[in-house]
Write a protein that binds this ligand. Structure first.
Ligand SMILES: [Zn+2]
Length: 894
């Protein structure tokens, strides 16, 4: 699914308030005749009518703002009925007919009700039949959902995007993932355009009016949300073949040279996935289709769509961050071809089966492709962030019942993607990777071309792996929260023991929650006698004593061996000191990240003093792995949060300078020819941190001069450093710089470069200039689909500007709503409450609550986001009370 880019400033998911229907539905219907209109289902179609096969025919002309369509659906009606519901939204249906047993009928059509239409028959129908519709619909010019158009360099391209519930905007259908059928698609497009769909082209026939009909082979069984097509004057790049399947990259005109990295990496990654799944890629071909839009990818079967900045890069301008992101996202979307496409989640409450799995796979696959990229560490880093979200009382469960469209919108959050992925990693480690893989393969074999549920997944994996993981796994799927496992050594008896106890990890000030127990696969490493030992156990009760074999009392103990566990560890006694002492264990990079993140999390639960965590910063500031250094930077970030008084900020900057300054200065803004990727990544992250957060004058000046050089002629700057230098320059930049970036962003044709410029516009710390950037959201100089996130979320990063986005949203809500694009999955508007997450006082909390309480009811998914925002503010207020003196004391003593 649209997977937010890791490198992007992120509110959470995003989408737009459903626009008012562009035109009314002219129902041929009972409603007009004055009869009582039957009431549509709330959310789900019943399974009395089962679609068997679709034949879809669409006329798509780039430049038009409407399209024409006809569709024939073969259905089976199980029990006789006089009323059949299906999905259709904002379509103008001209004719409907019902064909069965050699006869034709014309059912009456009800008015559309929230995406449903009903067919009313004079007498009950049953058995096999074909229902046909002639209709027209709109091509969205400001939306990314349904059928929509995008412009690139003066050329218009038409795309589709249907997950979760937007196929009904393109054709009447049974729009639920459990209904998987073959689709035969024919597109009528101008002769100058090319057309693409899920399957290979079967024929091309000239038609009148300089048009042609492109017919595609009937597809394998697909749910409606995975149907996809595109039309326009694209160009294609051959990316070879994996097994039987030819691979192509399809790009907007003039961009074939930028597809080099993708054309090389995609076949290699796909081949590794085939090997893991032990079965060939399921479809006849794989096209990777580029959209000139930011931050977007969708796993349509055989026709995956990606944003241009993810998939394409001018070779002279490419950088390693983008290449890593490109590899991860392509591996993710391709993993969906098995997990999501070949086997589909039956309903959206189980969407973790798609998303958690693809997220877990992306790191595994890229990790095998490029072991030197350390993607096991990236997984740990993401686990730590998802644990922060999961610590909130208002967090979702991984498997959360879906009772409304809002619940569907919320289902695509970090709990689904990242907690789900982390829990998969934990149980893979528990069964052993080979056994787990056998379980995954059995699941795919058993449910191929069909839909499946969580229950079916757990039982197939358990059977294939030969270990019943279902009961333990369920404790992580069906309850919210992160387990906090306290570990205490007891060497007073005959044999050394570790005493374990579990409870839910909650932030300081959180309301008392009922006690919870998980079945946790705990993995411990410790040193006893002359060697390191491992101990694994499934902890199923609140308290448990585990004997530690080896005779002697352990010298040290690591509570989350290999960083695979989804739990936090509260070490008793002097275990933390022993862990980080010279006589402590040799920790892998993943373990160092995990333990630093653990210490930071325990500051927020009140279990570790800020000073103890902050003491780790200097220790790990010189670490060879950039992810570890970033974790140390995150701990230093304690000093910059909204709960820390503003007058302590200069001391915080000094601390950051002292801890990281020498290393950042040494790295500087210029790459050396011999630098390895680790060094280049570290430079791109540490140097802007010390410049921006440490206020290092020399590095700030360096950024300003790099930015000027790049803005002058787009040359002379290391590609890795363009974005960080622009953002630091903007943080300390003046009106003149703002004007230059603004002017260039308007003129820029390349969406990837425009995205950089917009992110720079979102980084100005001068409140007047930050406000000027926010005002751009009300103007029409840019496509709102590309400005919305960088401009609104950017100011939340800096104390000088972090209260501006809420003031802006609350001051201009109606104007903002009227210009918002509609996007997949959920509402852009639902994320407005998040602009309040930086408040840390009762007044700010009240303002956010008062403003949004009633309004979020209209934003799909908005109510939960408001609850989470308010809880974040409450936590901040409680933390301020509990930690402020400790932090002040720490800074004074430095
Ligand atoms: Zn996905």
């Amino acid at each position: 699914m649209p997977r937010p880019s890791l490198a992007f400033p992120r509110l959470v998911g995003f989408t737009l308030a459903p626009l008012k229907p562009a035109f009314l539905i002219f129902a041929l219907s009972a409603a007009l005749a004055g009869a009582a209109t039957p009431e549509a289902p709330k959310l789900l179609l019943d399974d009395n009518v089962v679609p068997q096969r679709y034949r879809l025919d669409l006329t798509l002309v780039p430049g038009d703002d409407t399209f024409r369509g006809s569709i024939e659906i073969d259905v089976r009606v199980v029990k006789p009925t006089g009323l059949i519901w299906l999905n259709s939204q904002d379509l103008n249906i001209r004719a409907v007919s019902w064909r069965a047993g050699g006869g034709n009928m014309t059912p009456a059509l009800t008015a559309e009700q929230h995406g449903f239409i009903g067919l009313e028959f004079d007498r009950p129908v049953s058995g096999e039949a074909t229902v046909s519709f002639d209709y027209s619909g709109t091509i969205g010019l400001h939306s990314n959902a349904g059928i929509f158009a995008l412009n690139e360099d003066g050329e218009t391209y038409i795309y589709s995007m249907f997950e979760t519930s937007d196929a009904r905007r393109a054709f009447p259908c049974f729009d639920q993932p459990e209904f998987k059928t073959p689709w035969q698609i024919t597109l009528h497009v101008p002769r100058t355009a090319s057309a693409f769909a899920n399957s290979p082209q079967e024929s091309e026939t000239p038609e009148s009016g300089a048009m042609k009909a492109v017919r595609f082979r009937e597809s394998k069984p697909l749910p409606s949300y995975l149907v996809a097509f595109a039309a326009g004057r694209f160009e294609t790049v051959d990316a070879g073949r994996v097994g039987h399947a030819p691979l192509r990259i399809i790009v907007p005109r003039g961009h074939t040279a930028a597809a080099g990295f993708a054309a090389k990496s995609i076949p290699q990654l796909l081949a590794i996935e085939e090997k893991y799944f032990g079965r060939p890629y399921p479809y006849e071909k794989l096209d990777s289709l580029v959209m000139p839009i930011s931050n977007f990818a969708m796993e349509n079967a055989g026709l995956i769509t990606y944003s241009q900045s993810l998939l394409l890069a001018d070779p002279a301008d490419d950088n390693i961050e983008r290449q890593r992101e490109c590899a991860l996202v392509t591996a993710h979307e391709m993993a969906h071809q098995w997990f999501g496409d070949l086997v589909t989640t039956r309903w959206w409450d189980d969407v973790w089966l798609n998303e958690a799995f693809a997220t877990w796979m992306e790191r595994k696959i890229v990790g095998e492709w490029k072991p030197e990229w350390h993607f096991d560490v990236v997984g740990v880093d993401s686990r730590l962030s998802s644990m922060d979200l999961d610590s909130l009382v208002s967090a979702r469960r991984i498997v959360q019942p879906i009772e409304s469209d809002s619940d569907i919108a919320n289902a695509f959050d970090d709990i689904t993607y990242e907690k789900g992925s982390a829990v998969l990693r934990m149980f893979e480690a528990y069964t052993g990777p080979e056994r787990f893989r056998r379980g995954v393969q059995l699941y795919l074999q058993r449910y191929e071309w069909r839909a499946a549920t969580t229950e079916e997944f757990l039982s197939a994996v358990s059977e294939g792996a030969g270990v019943d993981i279902a009961p333990a796994f369920r404790t992580f799927l069906d309850q919210t929260g992160v387990p906090l496992v306290t570990m205490e050594l007891n060497c007073s008896g005959a044999r050394p023991l570790v005493h374990l106890s579990q409870k839910r990890s909650l932030p300081i000030g959180a309301p008392q929650a009922p006690s919870q127990v998980w079945q946790i696969p705990v993995s411990i490493r410790y040193r006893a006698g002359a060697r390191d030992r491992n101990l694994r156990a499934l902890i199923t009760t609140e308290h448990r004593d585990l004997p530690l074999p080896g005779g002697a009392c352990p010298v040290w103990l690591l509570g989350n061996d290999n960083a695979d566990g989804y739990y936090r560890v509260h070490y008793g006694g002097d275990l933390p000191d022993r862990l980080f002492s010279a006589r402590g264990p040799r920790l892998s990079a993943a373990e160092r990240v995990s333990e630093l993140g653990n210490a930071l999390a325990l500051v927020d639960t009140g279990d570790v003093a800020p000073a103890s965590a902050l003491a780790l910063v200097s220790r790990f500031a010189g670490d060879p792995n950039h992810d570890v250094v970033e974790q140390a930077m995150d701990i230093a970030g304690i000093l910059e949060r909204p709960d820390v008084p503003g007058d302590l900020r200069p001391s915080a900057a000094r601390f950051i300078g002292e801890a990281f300054g020498a290393r950042a200065e040494k790295l500087g803004w210029a790459a050396n020819s011999g630098d390895d990727e680790e060094t280049r990544l570290l430079r791109a992250r540490l140097v802007p941190f010390v410049a921006g957060d440490g206020g290092d004058r020399r590095l700030i000046d360096g950024a300003a001069s790099l930015a000027r050089r790049w803005l002058k002629d787009r040359a002379g700057v290391e590609p890795d450093l363009v974005q960080p230098a622009l953002e630091v320059a903007a943080q300390f930049g003046d009106r003149d710089l703002w004007d230059t970036i603004h002017r260039q962003a308007i003129a820029e044709k390349d969406p990837a470069i425009q995205e950089r410029l917009l992110r720079a516009l979102g980084s100005f710390r001068d409140p007047t200039l930050a406000e000027a950037s926010l005002q751009l959201l009300l103007k029409h100089e840019f496509d709102a689909r590309v400005t919305f996130r960088p401009l609104l979320a950017g100011p939340l990063d800096y104390p000088e500007t972090w209260d501006l986005p809420f003031a802006f949203v609350s001051g201009h809500l109606d104007e903002l709503l009227s210009g918002l694009p509609r996007e997949v999955g959920n509402d852009y508007a639902s994320e407005f409450p998040e602009t309040g997450k930086v408040f840390c006082d009762a007044g700010g909390r009240r303002d956010v609550d008062d403003f949004f309480r009633d309004r979020v009811k209209n934003y799909s998914g908005g109510e939960r986001i408001l609850r989470q925002t308010l809880e974040t503010i409450d936590t901040c207020i409680a933390r301020r009370k509990a930690l402020q003196s400790g932090i002040a004391e720490f800074l004074r003593s430095h």
